[in-house]
Design a protein around this ligand. Sequence first.
Ligand code: ZN
Ligand code: ZN
Length: 380
Amino acid sequence: MATKIDYYESLEVSRTASGDELKKAFRKQAMRYHPDRNPGDDAAEQKFKEINEAYDVLKDEQKRAAYDQYGHAAFDGGMGGMGGGGGFGGFGAGGLGDIFDQMFGDMMGGRRGGGRRTGADVQVQVEISLTEAFSGVTKSVEVRTRVACESCHGSGSADAGGGSTTCATCHGAGKVRAQQGFFLVERPCPTCHGSGRTVRNPCKVCQGTGTQAKTETLQIEIPAGVEDGTRIRMAGRGEAGGEGVQPGDLYVHVSVLSHDIFQRDGANIYCRVPLRMTQAALGTEVEVPVIDGSRTRVRIPAGTQTGETFRLRGKGFSVLRSSARGDMYIQVSVETPHHLTKRQRELLEEFEKEAGDDHAKASPENSGFFAKVRDFFEGR
Ligand SMILES: [Zn+2]
Ligand SMILES: [Zn+2]
């Protein structure tokens, strides 16, 4: 086989090129070497194949990672060289994908647990509000998945009773050995995918796979108390795998949206309540909302300061798989009045005069601070 040109060099990009940079470079090169523009030019055709091959590998994160680590060896061995016979487009249709499925299948959930065969896992993202996270919720989510073929009911066979025969590739073993780059690996037979049997008369609808693509609407139950970033695994709710193969799992990634009033910290909830200066000074009772939709009253004693918190036991967040609830904390902030009317201003000036020179009683922190300031300057 001829020496292969480095994929990055083929596309004339750096090894750290981003996906966008790769795409741009590929387009530019493909335009330049396209056979339509270079009729009868073998060198241009060869170059066109190279850039297609390079882009096909580098645009795929997994393949790129393997290429970065092992170079072309990642794709040689057992394949007869993908650049050789297939011509451009050739490797897209088959070989490369299979190799990668086998190399990375374990990581990606395709074939887990020491060769246990399953359908692919399905990942979905669900966004819920904080109140939905509190009470739990059922969400409908559309997912692209694979289900059992409707025509053959998953058997993969066009014959009514099923009808399979010993696989000719692996003679029923379900496994084959192959050289993959530096590795000699035993992998599931590519013909029968490890079952050791092949369908005698494949179903026309699913080409014998027993599965077909479908967009399904799933009802996903999200339990009360779920946290932002939680991943819920629903065993057996992923893609169907065909005859004799377990379905994959469904993974639901939950994001909990932030709330206007409440902040959550585990099982506790924080709610910041701004008070008027007079409410804080004179004392009051305020009504505050609770995450469960109810209301409760909190007594604010006279002389409450900004930053003081009041705990409301058992009015916090739900705890996952438990009937317990955390606490709610009311954090008070005192709002200084502004845009005063003339009369309000007079009253406050009168209030200030009333104290005379002695503010120590009504405002001890203020007085204490300025006493320390005085000491600071005198002590120098
Ligand atoms: Zn079918
Ligand atoms: Zn086989």
